[in-house]
Design a protein around this ligand. Sequence first.
Ligand SMILES: [Zn+2]
Ligand SMILES: [Zn+2]
Length: 143
Amino acid sequence: MKGSCLCGAIAFEIDGPYPKLYQCHCSLCRKQGGSVSNTGLIVAADKFRWVTGEPLISTWIRETGFRSYFCSRCGAPVPNPLRDTGYIWVPSGLIDGDESLEIAAQLYIDSKAPWDELPSGGRHFETAPGLTELIALLHSRST
Ligand SMILES: [Zn+2]
Ligand SMILES: [Zn+2]
């Protein structure tokens, strides 16, 4: 499947089979995504490639390691490597087309905005599982 930023200058492709998505309601993700939560995919680096625009990516990294990569032209969040895991984090709103993706996990529901109504689907976590456990959950074929 293909994805692109708001202005279209940055584009990428992901090979299937596609993992499930998670939705994070923590305060950092809310600010980074500008909404009630961030919904993302975690894909293996060898299934991901840039099509165009990689030099336009700007980065901001918080002291704690939380990182935001964004298009320097339109400001949209863009994919970035998930530390040294060999996986890439992809903001799901950038995906073009009608792929049928599924959200499998709700993270940091303990710190969600008071006006945030949680979807009933997916596993709910008060905070978040470890990264290895989360990646395994999102890549499992059965629910
Ligand atoms: Zn852009
Ligand atoms: Zn978060």
